[in-house]
Write a protein that binds this ligand. Structure first.
Ligand SMILES: N[C@@H](CCC(=O)N[C@@H](CS)C(=O)NCC(=O)O)C(=O)O
Length: 221
């Protein structure tokens, strides 16, 4: 059978051994890590957190994920990378009733579009955030920040009119809500693209999601 995921050399060459809990690599301040942690909780999958910092602990991180990014998820002797790929893999394995994400037909297509517009908004926002926080002051390119935050805001404008109620896909909490709410909470704290007045429906959705016990139990930080 084809091997899913990469072979890992983690924690001194040792991956999560067969039968041991999964290991989620990253810190809860990353919205990508946070949404993965909440999904694991909702699926009832126990895990241990290995809180590597994305930038400060690059070398250790690359030993787990060759791309040097968080999150990574160690499952038995493999590592899964990228929050969306991790989510789709976990949902395929552990959400047979599609309770947390529809996975066929028009409902799947719409869920993917909402998810990837939200992902795109967050990517552009994070690009601006890194420009502001990771570069020497004299090399910060303000126009680039304005462009990236403008792209993020434009994506949020589209989501503002497109998300359902009370949750993004309608009646119940889905993985799209996890992605969107964790992204919005990160954006609210770190920049100007997300405006709770202009994006009032998204703000209401964010608050509804953050009040859910699964998100409340995994605070950023
Ligand atoms: N598409 C990736 C993005 C993950 C990502 O950007 N993570 C950030 C932390 S919030 C990171 O690892 N940054 C370090 C870097 O990109 O060099 C995912 O969904 O997992």
């Amino acid at each position: 059978m084809a091997q899913e995921g990469l072979q890992v050399q983690a924690e001194g060459g040792r991956a999560a051994a067969e039968g041991e809990p999964m290991v989620l690599v990253g810190r809860m301040m990353s919205p990508y890590v946070r949404r993965t942690a909440v999904l694991l909780d909702l699926l009832g999958l126990p895990f241990r957190l290995r809180p590597l910092a994305a930038v400060a602990e690059q070398e250790a991180l690359r030993a787990v994920n060759p791309v040097g990014r968080v999150p990574a998820l160690l499952v038995d002797d493999t590592v899964l990378v990228d929050s969306t790929a991790i989510a789709l893999t976990l949902l395929d394995r552990h959400d047979p009733d599609e309770a947390l994400l529809p996975r066929r037909g028009p409902a799947y297509a719409e869920a993917l579009q909402l998810l990837f517009v939200a992902n795109g908004a967050l990517e552009k926002f994070v690009a601006a955030y890194y420009e502001k926080t990771r570069r020497p002051a004299e090399r910060v390119h303000q126009e680039w920040i304005v462009l990236c935050e403008g792209q993020a805001a434009s994506a949020l404008d589209a989501l503002e009119t497109r998300v359902g109620e009370p949750f993004a896909l309608g009646g119940s909490l889905s993985y799209v809500d996890l992605a969107l709410a964790t992204a919005l909470t990160f954006m609210a704290a770190n920049g100007t693209a997300f405006d709770a007045v202009r994006h009032a429906r998204l703000e209401a959705l964010r608050q509804r999601c953050e009040a859910h016990p699964a998100l409340a139990a995994r605070q950023p930080g």
